[in-house]
Each structure stands twice: as C-alpha cells, then as structure tokens.
Design a protein around this ligand. Structure first.
Ligand SMILES: [Zn+2]
Length: 136
C-alpha cells in the first residue's frame, strides 16, 4: 500500500525496539519491540486497520498495566504507614499489600495520589484535613 501521508513511501509491517506512544495517561509508553505496525518506509507514518488497532491496543494494555504496577510499587508506603493511608484514601484494609504482591492493578488516580504522598509526605496531612468537616 502506498503511503497517503507522503505519497512516496510504501506502508509495510514493521517491528523494532525503541518506539513509544501515548497510551491513556502515559505519553511515552514503550511499544513492544516485536509488535508489528503498518509503517511508511519513507516518512514513518503509522497506519491502522480496525483489526490492527484492536491487536495493538491489547498489547499496549498489557504494557500499561505492568507500568502502573511498577510505578505504584515504587511509591508504596512503609508497612507502618499503610493502615493510615488506606483509611485516609478510603481503601479496604490490606489493599496496599495486595498491590505490593501484584494481585491488584491500581487505578490511575491511586497511582497519582500515592506518588504525591511518596514525593511529599505532607500531602497526607492535606488529605486528612480535607476530610475534616468544617466547623458549623
Ligand atoms: Zn509516508
């Protein structure tokens, strides 16, 4: 197939390491090196049939979930703080240890708030203060 972007290249199935793409929240998610994508051999434009899109999304979802898990594991609180953080974030007891063991995939908002708490522990005090009802 001729490339409709540059009108010069040929669109071929191509797999190579080092590619990234935006996928959901991550702007530069690594694309599996062995994942074939229809790519123009001249301008590099990628083309997708509906079947391609479905196959590629499925592969990227696997990488994305691994990435969420790796990120949350890097910022999980010490065991001594886990109960308090679970309470303040409204998580069920033991949820953080289920993340640690990889039995749960965290949501993006949870990865975000745990990262903020990890980077700036005073954020937890702000969360606690946020839940306090204002005096009448
Ligand atoms: Zn092209």
């Amino acid at each position: 197939m001729k490339c409709h972007a540059c009108s010069q290249g040929e669109v071929v199935l191509k797999a190579e390491p080092g590619r990234t793409t935006r996928y959901k929240t991550i702007p530069n998610l690594p694309i599996p090196a062995d994942l074939e994508m229809r790519t123009c051999d001249h301008c590099g434009e990628r083309w997708f049939t509906p079947a391609d899109a479905k196959r590629i999304d499925a592969a990227l979802e696997v990488v994305y979930r691994q990435e969420l898990l790796a990120r949350v594991r890097a910022v999980l609180p010490a065991a001594k703080d886990a109960d308090r953080i679970e309470r303040d974030l409204g998580l069920s007891r033991g949820y953080l240890s289920r993340l640690r063991s990889g039995r749960k995939i965290p949501s993006e908002p949870l990865v975000a708030i745990l990262t903020l708490i990890h980077q700036q522990p005073s954020v937890l005090k702000l969360v606690e203060a946020m839940w306090e009802r204002p005096a009448a």
